[in-house]
Structure formats: C-alpha cells, structure tokens
Design a protein around this ligand. Sequence first.
Ligand code: ZN
Length: 155
Amino acid sequence: MKKNREMKVKQIENGTVIDHITANKSLHVLNVLGLPKKNTSLTIAMNVPSDAIEFKDIVKIESRELKPTELDQVALIAPNATINIIRNYEIVTKEKIKFRNELNSIIKCTNQKCVTNTNEPIKPKFKFVKETPVLLRCYYCDRLITAEEIKAQFY
Ligand SMILES: [Zn+2]
C-alpha cells in the first residue's frame, strides 16, 4: 500500500528529493530556493498521505544537489523535511534536515536600524535559538525573529 503511494511520484535519475515537507508548504520551499527556474525540472506533490505526519508535500529537483546554504533556507520553512540525494536512480544519502548554529539567510532582519538593512554590504546572518517553532537571533543586532516573521517574508 505504502509502496504504491510512493510510486505516484516519478523517480528521478539525479538530483534532490525534499520529502516530509509540511503539507502545502512546498511552494514556499521553492520560493526560498529561487525556484522554479529555467532549465530546472521540478516535480511537486502536495498533500500526499504520510505516516509520520498526516499529510506532506514532496519536491523533486532534477539534476541538482542542494548546497548546505540552500538547505539552511529550507530548514526555516520545512523543519521536518528529509533530504534525499539521488544519483543514478539510487538514494545515496537520506537525512533529516539539519539546523546549524549560524546561518546566512535571504530573510531580512526585522530591525530597520540593523546594519544589514542599511546600505552597508553586510548580508543577514542569524543564530538559531529554537527549532520548533523556529526562532532566530540576528547575529548583528540581537533582534529575535519568529517563525511568523520568517513566514511573512515568503507567503
Ligand atoms: Zn539585525
């Protein structure tokens, strides 16, 4: 039964499968990754029945293995995600998404006076305070950024 469900989504030869994305969040995951983009084939499955969480989304990105910096962004939106790296139709690694202590992010600090929001060429950087729900602290001004504030930048 479970196998049949998995078969609904076509296999990819090489690339990344992001599994166990919170239901209906796959488009936001694509958003933080700057996808869809020309020349990148994607398969998205939304609201797929799952054992671990009731429903989940799955994103398959062909011919591309996500970089650690990209996975940092995915963690912010889909903290329960599993990352599968596929090479020649085989899963070579399957790991729960990791939270690193510090991450550079495309999200913005909510403090307008923060040095990352001025014209200085300083990229936002955050420290993880808590995973569920996500809570970040700005590396530069110590402003706390909540999961809701992160979402607001992508929804
Ligand atoms: Zn800041």
